[in-house]
Design a protein. Sequence first.
Length: 77
Amino acid sequence: MKIEAVIDRFEGDYAVLETDEGMKDIHRGHLPGAAREGDVLIYSCGGWSIDRTATEERRRANSERLKRLLRGGDTVD
């Protein structure tokens, strides 16, 4: 089973993950030590890993969206 999620935020010892099924709370101890807000995570083979490529693509797209918004442009892709 493969699950994709994005770290929305940290609350104490838990990470709040956004998944296709909704929000999930996962203990930080189950995540990679370098995980941070906005990272795309993949759950596979019993553990979580950071999808660095998807994370960078998502950050780049969000940055471009913000630039367009600040210029008064359309934010719809």
